[in-house]
Ligand binder design. Structure first.
Ligand code: ATP
Ligand code: MG
Length: 429
């Protein structure tokens, strides 16, 4: 026999036992996004490679070494999206969604990065992202942060902290860049190989290094926040005032630079200690130059993306249950006549109670085997049809989770009413 296939390293199956938690998570995210007026945009998984190179930046980890890039049958270079902002901006420009209008959008789905797989870091992972276009002031920055804070509250997540920084204008960053290069040049011996290379190409990215050996040299590096331009400074101050007014605690982290090139002014991350090294569950920032850079109108933008694997792990760690996916009832029918009656009864119950989760036994077998399946299913009730029930036109209902529960014999109408009451849901009119 040949060896069974395995999934590609770093690409996970989300199994039926986990999907209830994912669905509950996704439902909450969708609901909260909708209440703030964000609308969903669905985007392709593939884009032209050039789009990512131009937006994320040539000298970033993602573009240098993490993209899944290949030539299609026409020889065109395509890339599996490593993040959602580039495609979202591309779509808005392409479809004219930015002409004299603001947009509040969200997207969800898998992203692909060729990273070293480890806990909380995968090669296919899932993000939900929110993006707002056309609003330049700190009010929308504050709104996005309030929205994300509400997500954590709705999900029952407590131990997360908001880290905040400003990257200033591109002019302020250019001036800061010179200071930083001078500082790192003086301490070149303490930089790792990657960082020495970046000194020439993208020195700011050195601050984003996760190499523990470089902690010392990074800790003493000059801080961009001390060299902000006046406008960015005012933007940052007003954002902090707005967050204070909304009761959202935040820490300033002057070393927060974010891995992508396109950010300016506000950047933020939500971080937890509960997940080990991969503790950032949500990250975002402002990217006022990006839309114009990709050929669109000069339009400010800001957004965040959150990592669903990390959120799901966090919810599991704090014992947050997913939606209950067990059946309410499991229908047991022994014998050909009972099976026919059973199918008709099941369909009738489903017509009457759209929310009823009713699993019908298929595959034959006697009562004993069918009861075993009913038990395994986690159902609250077994509906039982045997020869006697068929002959007298009734159905037996046996509670499976309540040791004191009595088995009842009911007419089909009574059985429907009984299940409806157990469901606690209004019938279809
Ligand atoms: P990190 O610093 O952890 O590599 P990043 O800055 O590359 O994160 P973003 O591109 O900002 O991450 O993505 C936003 C969020 O998506 C992250 O905060 C994280 O929750 C999630 N995420 C990013 N990369 C991965 C990955 N490889 N596996 C799982 N989740 C990820
Ligand atoms: Mg990364």
């Amino acid at each position: 026999m040949s060896k069974p296939f395995q999934a590609i390293r770093g690409m996970n199956d989300i199994l039926p036992g986990e999907s209830a938690l994912w669905q509950a998570l996704e439902t909450t995210l969708r609901e909260v996004l909708a209440t703030y007026g964000y609308r969903e945009i669905r985007l392709p998984l593939l884009e032209k490679t050039e789009l990512f190179a131009r937006s994320i930046g040539e000298v970033t980890d993602i573009v240098e070494k993490e993209m899944y890039t290949f030539a299609d049958r026409n020889g065109e270079s395509l890339t599996l999206r490593p993040e959602g902002t580039a495609g979202c901006v591309r779509a808005c420009i392409e479809h004219g969604l930015l002409h004299n209008q603001n947009q509040r959008l969200w997207y969800a789905g898998p992203m692909f990065r060729y990273e070293k797989p480890q806990k909380g870091r995968y090669r296919q992972f899932h993000q939900v992202g929110a993006e707002a276009y056309g609003m330049a002031g700190p009010d929308i920055d504050a709104e996005l942060i309030c929205l994300s804070a509400r997500l954590w509250r709705r999900l029952g997540i407590r131990d997360v902290t908001l880290q905040l920084n400003s990257l200033g204008s591109s002019a302020a960053r250019a001036a800061y860049r010179d200071r930083l290069v001078a500082y790192f040049e003086a301490r070149r011996a303490e930089l790792d190989e990657d960082s020495q290379r970046r000194l020439a190409t993208n020195p700011l990215r050195i601050l984003d290094s996760k190499n523990p050996a470089m902690r010392g040299v990074l800790a003493e590096a000059p801080v961009l926040l001390d060299h902000l331009d006046a406008e960015s400074q005012a933007h940052f101050e007003e954002l902090r005032t707005l967050l204070d007014a909304a009761g959202i605690a935040h820490q300033i982290n002057p070393r927060l630079v974010r891995g992508l090139d396109y950010y300016c002014k506000t950047v933020f991350e939500w971080v937890t200690d509960a997940l080990g090294a991969q503790g950032t569950i949500c990250a975002g920032g402002r990217y006022d130059g990006l839309l114009e850079q990709l050929g669109g109108p000069a339009t400010p933008g800001i957004g965040f993306a959150l990592g669903l694997e990390r959120l799901a792990a966090l919810l599991a760690a704090i014992g947050q249950p997913g939606a209950d996916a067990n059946p309410h009832a499991y229908l047991i029918a022994a014998g050909a006549a009972a099976q026919r009656r059973g199918l008709a009864l099941a369909e009738r119950l489903r017509d009457q109670w759209p929310a009823l989760r009713l699993r019908m036994h298929c595959g034959g077998g006697g009562f004993k085997a069918q009861f075993r399946r009913a038990d395994q299913s986690g159902a609250r009730f077994a509906l039982i049809l045997g020869e006697d029930e068929v002959r007298t036109g009734v159905v037996a209902i046996k509670p499976l989770r309540d040791p004191d529960g009595q088995q009842l014999t009911l007419s089909p109408d009574q059985a429907a009413a009984f299940l409806g009451a157990a469901l606690d849901a209004p019938p279809r009119s």
